[in-house]
Design a binder for this molecule. Structure first.
Ligand code: ZN
Length: 161
C-alpha cells in the first residue's frame, strides 16, 4: 500500500470511528479551536496528574481531515507526560506547517501518514485545529483559538486543493 492510499484509509478510519470523542466530566483543562474558513470546530478536555496526560476527550465538527487529525492526536498523546506530548506536537507542527520532509518517525508513529497534508496548503489549518486546541490547553491559554488569525499558517489561497 502506498503512502497516499494509507493516508486516505487512516483518515477515513478515524473520521468514521473517532477515538476519545467524548467529553470529560470534570476536566483539569479545556481549550477550543475554530477554523472558520472550513467550518471546523474542536473542544478539547484534559485531565493531568503528576505531569501526565491521564485522560483526553474532545467534541468536534467539521471536515474529515480536521476530525481525523484530532482523533489521531488524542491517541498519540494519551498517557504521555506533558513533556513528551509537547515533543509530538512540535514534530507534527514541523511536518505539517513547516514542511519538514524528514519528520521524526519515532516521535510521530502513525501520525507520519498525515505528512501529505502539509503539501495541501488549504488543509493545513484543518489538520492543525485539534492540535492548536491541545497547545492552548497545555499552555493554559483561555480564549478560543481562531485558525484564520494564526499567523504561522500558510496562506490557504496559495495553492494546494
Ligand atoms: Zn477543515
Amino acid at each position: 500500500m502506498d503512502l497516499k492510499t494509507l493516508y486516505r484509509e487512516v483518515i477515513l478510519d478515524h473520521y468514521k470511528k473517532p477515538r476519545n470523542a467524548n467529553a470529560l466530566e470534570s476536566p483539569d483543562r479545556e481549550a477550543k479551536c475554530k477554523n472558520p474558513s472550513c467550518g471546523d470546530r474542536v473542544t478539547l478536555q484534559l485531565n493531568i496528574a503528576d505531569g501526565m496526560l491521564t485522560e483526553i476527550g474532545y467534541q468536534g465538527t467539521g471536515c474529515a481531515i480536521s476530525q481525523a487529525s484530532t482523533s489521531m492526536m488524542t491517541e498519540a498523546i494519551k498517557g504521555k507526560s506533558i513533556e513528551d506530548a509537547s515533543k509530538v506536537v512540535n514534530a507534527f507542527r514541523e511536518m505539517i506547517v513547516d514542511g519538514n520532509e524528514n519528520p521524526d518517525k519515532e516521535v510521530l508513529g502513525d501520525l507520519i501518514t498525515m505528512g501529505g497534508v502539509g503539501k495541501l496548503h488549504a488543509r493545513v489549518k484543518c489538520a492543525m485545529c485539534g492540535w492548536s486546541a491541545l497547545e492552548a490547553a497545555l499552555e493554559e491559554k483561555g480564549d478560543e483559538i481562531d485558525m484564520d488569525k494564526d499567523k504561522s499558517m500558510p496562506d490557504s489561497k496559495r495553492g494546494g486543493i
